[in-house]
Design a protein around this ligand. Structure first.
Ligand code: SF4
Length: 355
């Protein structure tokens, strides 16, 4: 029978058959520490008989979350250190994050903002705080792009989103609005034509970046929700997190990237897992991530290639950390050695003998 209720506690997960009864007490300890939410659609994707189910690994709490490593911190990418006013993170010169709400449709077990998101954590921006955040954006003419993130901005009503996008439309120097969301995957019915229209901002380009980590998340309902956004004139990009036991093998990553492109979503970022508390069981090594990117380079279309990136701890921003295919053979002469997609190496420019 289809599950109809969102699971918001360990007891809900046990009642829905998504966690074994004997795990209840341990999972309650995790749920007391980090928010839990598994929507009916994502719950349906979980095979309770599979102890290693890749959807469950992302959303069902795990006692390993209570093990915090020395290098893990509450704010691994330094949001707070770069926040000049409430709700704004100004890390790069030409763009800011605008964090409207701190709740989500689902709570990912690897979330880098897990200490900030969830019921009872930080409150949503008040009217006064939002006005101050817009004052900051207006006063900083170097801000070209505003990224709505959170929490999940698409948890807000169409009316509220229309107000925010309308206000952005009045700031001349802002040209691009970008919205980061998990809602089209986690709660696709929320993406109505009315909500899609509310995301347009007069005179601005709006992009939506959908967070998806496993090909199974691209259900027919999720694809239809994404299509409603695209058909409303909003280009879609994706971001994925490289997660151990979820997508850290070439076949799954290939299937994920192809499913996204087939859904008219351009893969944008593949994130190295951040050093968020209690997430080491889900992180891979960077060496493994680079090896996977090499596999992708060798097997799939350029349309399916995301940039593999690391958010440098401490708020120093993102840098690409993918493998390099070029090395300097004779720097003074401007000669390089370039690797092709099959691993063959070639001189550039070619030497007189051909290579
Ligand atoms: S939807 Fe995004 S912000 Fe919310 S828990 Fe997942 S990763 Fe974190």
């Amino acid at each position: 029978m289809p599950r109809v209720l969102t699971c918001r506690s360990a007891a809900d997960l046990v009642a829905a058959g998504l966690a074994p009864p004997e795990a209840l007490m341990e999972l309650e300890r995790v749920a007391a520490r980090y928010a839990v939410s598994v929507t009916p659609g994502l719950g349906e994707l979980i095979d309770p008989a599979d102890r290693h189910d890749p959807i469950a690994r992302q959303f069902v709490p795990d006692p390993a979350e209570l093990d915090r490593q020395a290098e893990e911190t509450a704010d691994p990418i330094g949001d707070d250190a770069n926040s000049p006013v409430e709700g704004i993170v100004h890390r790069y010169p030409d763009r800011v994050l605008l964090k409207l709400a701190h709740v989500c449709a689902v709570y990912c077990r690897f979330c880098f903002r897990r200490e900030m998101v969830g019921p009872g954590r930080r409150r949503a921006l008040s009217g006064a705080a939002l006005a101050a955040a817009f004052g900051y954006i207006r006063d900083h003419r170097e801000i070209w792009e505003v990224i709505l993130t959170g929490g999940d901005p698409l948890i807000l009503s169409a009316r509220r989103l229309r107000e925010v996008m309308g206000a952005l439309g009045l700031v001349d120097h802002v040209k691009v609005a970008r919205i980061h969301t998990r809602v089209p995957i986690a709660a696709p019915a929320r993406i109505t034509p009315t909500l899609a229209r509310a995301l347009k901002s007069f005179g601005k380009a709006t992009y939506v970046v959908v967070h998806a980590n496993h090909p199974r998340e691209l259900t027919p309902a999720a694809r239809a929700a994404c299509a409603r956004l695209i058909d409303a004139g909003i280009p879609l990009l994706s971001q994925s997190v490289l997660l151990r036991g979820v997508n850290d093998d070439p076949a799954t990553l290939t299937a994920l990237m192809r499913s996204l492109v087939e859904s008219r979503i351009k893969p944008y970022y593949l994130h190295q897992g951040d050093l968020a508390p209690g997430t080491s069981h889900l992180r891979t090594t960077i060496a493994h991530g680079q090896a996977l990117m090499r596999e992708l380079h060798g097997r799939v279309s350029g349309l399916c290639q995301p940039a593999y990136v690391l958010d440098i701890p401490g708020g120093h921003g993102k840098s690409p950390i993918g493998p390099s295919y070029i090395s300097s053979a004779a720097p003074a002469e401007g000669r390089f050695e370039v690797e092709d997609f099959k691993g063959g190496r070639h001189s550039y420019p070619p030497d007189a003998a051909g290579e």
